[in-house]
Design a protein around this ligand. Structure first.
Ligand SMILES: Cc1cc2nc3c(=O)[nH]c(=O)nc-3n(C[C@H](O)[C@H](O)[C@H](O)COP(=O)(O)OP(=O)(O)OC[C@H]3O[C@@H](n4cnc5c(N)ncnc54)[C@H](O)[C@@H]3O)c2cc1C
Length: 378
């Protein structure tokens, strides 16, 4: 079977690898360079932000994906000889008296229900674990099992893996339309006129999937949600846990660098970092982790999360054309969800059974009008 994947982010590339391993002939078409958009820009936290706000089906999806990570990572690193810097750094959520939302009880209930190891720490224990945090903290929750990885390393390794597996990648190939013969899908056409034949086509073009779906004849309400990140140059061990708060998160890398992120902006495809957001992130750092304040800002970047109106991804068949599939809208958790997405979508596309109810992620699901997880208010 021949499959064309539209989009060379983590979702498209990894699904292509799984399809190839299952015997398909796979071509990935990428408009620019593979792995340079959201998948490169993300923080690599392998845990959703506030998972207790989502339906249970989302936790099942996340749990299934995280359960795949150890074996997936082992195989990827063994086959490529590259490290993706996966590490179990744990996640710490500190509380302050002026917090706008208090998630403590909901987080504890969710952790118990889904068997996620969590411990409650008082203010002193919080500081003992993370001395860079503010003395104003009133305690925290700590999930020791939460892991992270380094996005650019993941993308580089997956790129090498694609070559080894024999996945064909065409860069600078922007798909503009489907090709059909008497209502049967025969492939895709690119903006420069090049055509690629296919039995099945997977739309995995991240934040651009909504626009492309419209051109392909169906509605997919995916919109870009911009996130800006500031990178601080620290020393190894200065901060050990991922620290997350409503105002910002901090992700310490093995080499001592600390990512401070990330804005949630509904500004279309407006590229670049802004002084206003940098100042906001730095103000959050002063409040939550003042022990980082002397670190030099080394770099800044941004990316477009493929946002969906209810915060859930779209995983399934397109409603209008037989043989057209969608894996997109992963919003804030595309890296965490990449292995299960590749597993589920490669099985669906090849007509194999999927041992999971994916109805909450179907392309034509009803969207509640006021989802708290949807697009940010402007
Ligand atoms: C600041 C930030 C922080 C994040 N933090 C985390 C985190 O900690 N943990 C986590 O799990 N997730 C996180 N995410 C989310 C995660 O990065 C995304 O959900 C994920 O990368 C989406 O992957 P993707 O492959 O769908 O999209 P992308 O990586 O954007 O890839 C889509 C690709 O499709 C290509 N394309 C578009 N149109 C066409 C076309 N017409 N033809 C051909 N190619 C096309 C694009 O050029 C692009 O390369 C974060 C995202 C951002 C921006």
């Amino acid at each position: 079977m021949k499959v064309v994947v539209i989009g060379g982010g983590i979702i498209g590339c990894l699904t292509a690898c799984f399809l190839k391993q299952r015997g398909a002939d796979v071509v990935v078409l990428e408009r620019g360079k593979a792995g340079q958009e959201a998948s490169w820009a993300g923080a690599g936290i392998l845990c959703p932000i506030h998972p207790w706000l989502y339906p249970d089906s989302f936790t099942h999806l996340i749990d299934a994906s995280l359960a795949m990570y150890p074996a997936f990572r082992e195989q990827l690193e063994a086959d490529t000889g590259m490290s993706i810097e996966w590490q179990k750094s744990g996640l710490l959520v500190p509380f302050f008296t002026d917090d706008k939302n208090n998630h403590k009880q909901a987080a504890l209930d969710w952790s118990e229900r889904f068997n996620w190891d969590v411990e409650e720490l008082d203010s002193q224990q919080t500081l003992a674990l993370e001395p860079t945090l503010s003395h104003q903290n009133t305690g925290s929750l700590h999930w020791p099992e939460v892991a992270q990885l380094r996005n650019p390393r993941l993308l580089q390794a997956v790129r090498v893996w694609m070559d080894k597996l024999g996945v064909e990648l065409h860069e600078h190939a922007e798909v503009s339309s489907l090709t059909m013969q008497q209502d049967v899908l025969t492939g895709v056409q690119c903006a420069d006129g090049a055509c690629f034949t296919a039995d099945q086509v997977l739309l995995a073009s991240g934040s651009w999937s909504g626009e492309l779906a419209e051109q392909l004849g169906f509605a997919l309400p995916i919109k870009p949600v911009k996130g800006q990140i500031v990178l601080l140059k620290g020393k190894p061990g200065l901060m050990k846990s991922i620290v997350k708060h409503d105002d910002a998160y901090f992700v310490p890398r093995a080499d001592g660098r600390v990512l401070v992120g990330a804005s949630m902006e509904f500004v279309g495809f407006e590229r670049g970092n802004t002084e206003q957001i940098t100042e906001q992130l730095m103000a959050s750092m002063q409040k939550i982790a003042p022990g980082l304040q002397d670190l030099e800002v080394e770099h800044q970047w941004m990316g477009f999360r493929p946002g969906s109106p209810d915060g859930l991804p779209y995983l399934g068949d397109a409603p209008n054309v037989k043989g057209l599939w969608v894996a997109s809208g992963h919003y804030r958790t595309g890296v965490a969800l990449a292995p299960i997405t590749a597993e589920v979508m490669s099985r669906k596309i090849l007509g194999k059974s999927v041992n999971m109810d994916c109805s909450d992620f179907s392309v034509n699901r009803a969207i509640p009008e006021t989802s708290v997880l949807g697009f940010p208010k402007i």
